[in-house]
Unconditional design. Structure first.
Length: 227
């Protein structure tokens, strides 16, 4: 009788142990399911982040009014027509050659970053902007805008212009598209003596507008005039 009771108690203990294990296993499963997270990237709501085209190792010719005007060399070229205004992006630098009507090279242009707003026909060059023309002019700045509609360059940052005759630098720069006529304001620089006329024109003497009235003569004795 005692052995039977002991046997029955062992059976109850085993059932209780099995029930406990089942409960713990179920709790672990439910706990793991409740803590599980899906690894999903956030949705892209801004359509401006995607470019329509991205090209690498670019070396291409660009025409203007049916005439080849530029050669563009760039490591990366993105075309984004969704952003307003639409633009080309050269985030890894750009090098350009500018041609004249006879396909002769007029100038070299390079920058660390460039944006071209195709609807406005406006270039925005930033970072180590350098221009060199076949006439020997060199331009350096950290910012330069190239308005192809107005056919002019301009910059609102410190710029330096070096020609075979002179060196100029200032905080505002404006020039025609061929860099033959340019303006530098708030400038300072060095010039050759040939820039000035060696013969100095005589400075006209100013005439005194004051009328000197001599004293009246006395009837008895003359009096000398004093000026």
């Amino acid at each position: 009788m005692i052995q039977q009771k002991q046997y029955m108690s062992k059976i109850h203990l085993r059932k209780a142990f099995v029930s406990l294990n089942v409960f713990l296993f179920t709790a672990m499963i439910l706990g793991s399911c409740s803590k599980e997270k899906e690894h999903i990237a956030p949705a892209v709501h801004d359509r401006d982040s995607a470019s329509m085209m991205t090209s690498y190792g670019v070396n291409t010719l660009i025409s203007d009014s049916g005439i080849m005007k530029y050669r563009i060399v760039a490591e990366q070229w993105e075309v984004n027509t969704v952003r307003v205004p639409s633009r080309w992006l050269f985030m890894k630098g750009i090098f350009m050659e500018q041609f004249d009507e006879k396909f002769h090279i007029e100038a070299y242009v390079q920058a660390d970053t460039a944006y071209y707003f195709d609807q406005k026909r406006l270039w925005e060059l930033r970072g180590n902007v350098r221009i060199r023309t076949v006439d020997g002019l060199r331009f350096a700045s950290e910012e330069l805008f190239w308005d192809q509609m107005r056919r002019e360059f301009y910059s609102n940052m410190f710029s330096k212009v070096i020609t075979p005759e002179r060196t100029m630098q200032g905080t505002y720069f404006k020039s025609d598209e061929r860099m033959t006529k340019y303006l530098v304001t708030n400038s300072k620089g060095s010039f050759e003596s040939a820039d000035f006329d060696k013969k100095e024109e005589p400075v006209p003497q100013q005439q005194d507008s004051t009328v000197v009235v001599p004293p009246k003569r006395q009837p008895t004795a003359p009096i000398k005039k004093s000026l």
